[in-house]
Ligand binder design. Structure first.
Ligand code: DX5
Ligand code: ZN
Length: 218
């Protein structure tokens, strides 16, 4: 049976001691580490850049899933490669040559991902699907952790799963925003492969237990 991958989002971790929180979730069986990069332009919030990623890279062997919520991914992605990213996920809504960007990222030996905001239809990324490694479906408006899951986005997961199965594409479907045990089950049933979770894990009384519960959904 298909196993779900869980990618805790460090946006909700303790930024005064990232090493402690990352070790905790790594030891508890996290599959990926989701790292939210925001530029205050593509989204109304500013988070971290390559310098922080480079430093946490020294302390973790996790797969670094770098979610670029920035306006110019083509200009900056190599800085994130140098910092130790394993996957570079950028947004469909930015203006750049996405086909070239995917090729460049993959040629560098990294996984390439495309993300769509809640109001962006799956149809807009159809031409990219044969080339992409990850599709990241946003189930909140990007910019902040701790928002409520938008149920109306669920059909996009089902649609993508159908397209992948019919056309024999080979990307992972990742879902980001408002994931808790209840919404995780809905996403898994709809066909998700990877679930990002921030507040639900890091703000709980027992992050290790919560992570293990998420990992065991089926
Ligand atoms: C939002 C970010 C998410 C966020 C998820 O723009 O892309 O990764 O950290 O946090 P929760 O799980 O709290 O919604
Ligand atoms: Zn994210």
């Amino acid at each position: 049976m298909k196993k779900i991958l869980i990618a805790p989002s460090i946006l909700s971790a303790d930024f005064s001691d990232l090493q402690k929180d990352i070790s905790m979730i790594e030891n508890a069986g996290a599959d990926w580490l989701h790292i939210d990069v925001m530029d205050g332009h593509f989204v109304p919030n500013i988070t971290i850049g390559p310098l922080v990623i480079k430093n946490i890279r020294k302390h973790s062997k996790l797969f670094f899933d770098v979610h670029l919520m920035i306006t110019n991914p083509e200009k900056y992605w190599e800085n994130f490669q140098d910092a130790g990213a394993d996957a570079i996920v950028f947004h469909q809504e930015v203006l750049c040559n996405k086909q070239k960007l995917i090729t460049d990222i993959k040629s560098a030996g990294l996984k390439a991902g495309i993300s769509i905001k809640p109001n962006t239809p799956v149809e807009t990324i159809l031409p990219l699907l044969p080339f992409i490694d990850i599709v990241l479906i946003m189930t909140v408006e990007p910019g902040f952790g701790g928002q409520s899951f938008m149920d109306e986005v669920l059909p996009k997961i089902t649609t993508l799963r159908k397209i992948m199965d019919n056309d024999k594409y080979n990307f992972l479907i990742e879902v980001d925003g408002g994931i808790n045990l209840d919404t995780a089950k809905k996403c898994f049933s709809a066909g998700a492969d990877v679930l990002v979770s921030g507040n639900y894990i890091f703000l709980s009384d027992n992050p290790v237990k919560v992570l293990q519960e998420l990992k065991s959904i089926n």
